[in-house]
Design a protein around this ligand. Structure first.
Ligand SMILES: *[C@@H]1O[C@H](CO)[C@@H](O)[C@H](O)[C@H]1NC(C)=O
Ligand SMILES: [Zn+2]
Length: 306
């Protein structure tokens, strides 16, 4: 137990550092990808496009072949589910959060205010469903669960399956692909501009989840969408008592399948105004603070002015 704590403390420090390095990492990844594409593009050009006769042809060949190679590369690797685990039996699910980039970051981040409806309407967000057939049910359940929050109006839009998980401005893209043995079952990447989220991608890693049970899949879906809404973890020790919400790390996902009240409070803090002013008949100004937990507590249901 002590050993466990020790380890999580030092990994927390490491995680903090990783957090700070995140932007850099991304840029490095980008450069790495371009380098790989460059080589891929060249090979395709050399063997598929014939020899160029001048520099312009050469450049055209490389860029076309680069695009082609990138699409092929991504599709082949990310959409290939041959090399995935048979399931998570015998594997400690709780250990699969070690590489979660949100680890140790207790911050909430709001979506750009243009997606927050005036008049206390909360966050209105489109989730683009780029998932394959096997994910439709967990996705549908997770979206319905999050939509229980009065602070959220989530709309889904089914699009072509996209294992490359290409971000789209102003929406949350949800996708599945075989990202390999990365140490994470799911990952959410929010692009932040001026302190606000402007686009988000939630990725389900099929290396672990393709043959995992419904609870593992539903928990991961709920968890990543939660990050995509701007929420942090509720608890980061997978081996303590489960709190009953999907932003609590767990070794037993069946106990943490849905968002919990603590998560709903956080989204309400982010996207709903909590204080209401009302003038009584005698002219006194009354201030009311509302905790949004259930739909019937929405201000309009309480007869409060917005
Ligand atoms: C999928 O991956 C396996 C194992 O890595 C490989 O043998 C196979 O050729 C790949 N399939 C495709 C269509 O690329
Ligand atoms: Zn997480």
């Amino acid at each position: 137990m002590a050993k466990q704590r020790q380890r999580s403390r030092s990994s927390s420090r490491r995680r903090k550092q990783q957090q700070q390095d995140k932007t850099t990492n991304r840029i490095m990844c980008g450069a790495g990808t371009i380098a790989i594409l460059g080589i891929g593009g060249f090979l395709v050009w050399k063997y598929a496009l014939g020899s160029p006769t001048n520099v312009e042809e050469f450049k055209d060949g490389v860029s076309d072949a680069g695009d082609y190679a990138r699409r092929k590369w991504d599709e082949l690797d990310l959409g290939n589910f041959t090399d995935v685990l048979d399931g998570l039996d015998g594997i400690s699910f709780g250990d699969l959060f070690q590489e979660d980039p949100s680890y140790g970051d207790g911050e909430t981040t709001s979506w750009d205010r243009k997606y927050v409806k005036p008049g206390n309407g909360g966050l209105h967000l489109t989730l683009q469903n780029a998932l394959d057939e096997t994910w439709q049910r967990p996705f549908e359940l997770a979206v319905a669960d999050w939509n229980e929050s009065p602070a959220l109006t989530l709309t889904t839009q089914r699009v072509a399956v996209d294992h490359t998980c290409t971000p789209v401005s102003g929406v949350m893209v949800v996708c599945n692909a075989n990202f390999g043995e990365t140490g994470w079952v799911g990952i959410n990447e929010n692009s932040i501009l001026g302190g606000y989220i402007v686009e988000s991608v939630s990725k389900m890693n099929e290396f672990y989840l393709r043959n995992a049970n419904a609870a593992h899949r539903r928990f991961t879906m709920c968890h990543e969408i939660g990050h995509g809404l701007g929420l942090p973890h509720t608890d980061e020790n997978p081996y303590n008592r489960n709190l009953g919400d999907c932003l609590d790390y767990t070794d037993d996902p069946e106990e943490n399948l849905y968002p919990g009240e603590v998560n709903f409070d956080k989204v309400a803090e982010l996207y709903l105004t909590r204080r209401f002013l009302r003038t009584k008949e005698d002219g006194t100004l009354v201030e009311t603070t509302v905790r949004y937990v259930r739909d019937e507590l929405k201000p309009e249901h309480m007869g409060l002015e917005l």
